[in-house]
Design a protein around this ligand. Structure first.
Ligand code: PEP
Length: 259
């Protein structure tokens, strides 16, 4: 198979409650990351998705490390009378290089549709951001063997109109909804099966381009320092998207330092 550099990403969601707490975590994370980078080990690409108001603080405190910053979502609009929204241009102008789209919480709690996810993918790419697209089936869908069908539809709809060249800036995060924030980690062989099915979908969408072999497919759902090493051993698992455990600098750093 092709070499794909692993990615460890952290999604802080609506946490922590204050910038003071964010600052403490970011300082620890920066110190851990500097030590890891100086160790000479092979380290993964690291991306942090903090809440919008903490993005400048994260950039400042992580400066000099290789940790990149991204937005957890974006507005469908670029500017104007859309109170409370945050645009891709604003994110890019703050130094964000990444954008998370289609997180299951956006889809389920905020009724985000596949069409909106696809629009955000294009907005991110056009603003020069690298886009991480979240997909994943619910527990009911998983139980009736619909995981592959659901993920295929979500991938195809999210990538509508995305060219093979643009796929260089796309990462897929498979996050089974039933494993997010539940402590139920998808077992590694099951994740591997889904990831290889998603890679086959990419091969169908972008045949003879090398896209399927190059695209990183991450796993997300209750990843912890205890589960990271096993899941990363699967050949089609190219990294992780971490929620809860990314809020604790020592846990997140241990996940980054997986073996
Ligand atoms: C997530 O929300 O992307 C996630 C994977 O959360 P957790 O790690 O807390 O399950």
């Amino acid at each position: 198979g092709e070499y794909r550099r692993p990615v460890v990403s952290g999604n802080w969601k609506l946490n922590p409650m204050t910038s003071g707490e964010a600052k403490e975590t970011l300082k620890l994370l920066a110190a851990n990351q500097r030590a890891l980078e100086e160790s000479g080990k092979d380290i993964p690409e690291v991306i942090l998705f903090p809440p919008y108001p903490f993005i400048p603080l994260a950039s400042e405190l992580l400066e000099g490390t290789t940790v990149a910053i991204g937005g957890q979502d974006c507005s469908l609009h670029d500017k104007g009378a859309f109170t409370g929204e945050v645009s891709v241009s604003q994110l890019a102008s703050l130094g964000c290089n990444h954008l998370l789209v289609g997180h299951s919480e956006r889809r389920t709690l905020f009724d985000e549709t596949d069409v909106e996810v696809n629009k955000k993918v294009h907005l991110g790419l056009n603003a020069g951001l690298r886009v991480m697209i979240c997909i994943g089936e619910t527990e009911d869908e998983f139980n009736v063997n619909l995981a592959d069908a659901v993920n295929e539809i979500q991938v195809k709809k999210a990538l509508a109109g995305v060219t093979a060249a643009q796929m260089e800036d796309i990462t897929i995060a498979y996050e089974p909804v039933w494993a997010i924030g539940t402590g139920k980690v998808c077992d590694a062989p099951t994740a591997q099966e889904v990831h290889s099915a998603v890679r086959r979908v990419l091969d169908e969408l972008y045949p003879n381009t090398g896209v399927a072999g190059r695209t990183r497919i991450l796993y997300g759902g209750s990843v912890t320092p205890e589960s990271i090493d096993v899941i990363m051993r699967e050949p089609d698992v190219d990294g992780v998207l971490v929620g809860g455990a990314s809020l604790m600098a020592d846990k997140f750093s241990r996940i980054i330092d997986f073996s």
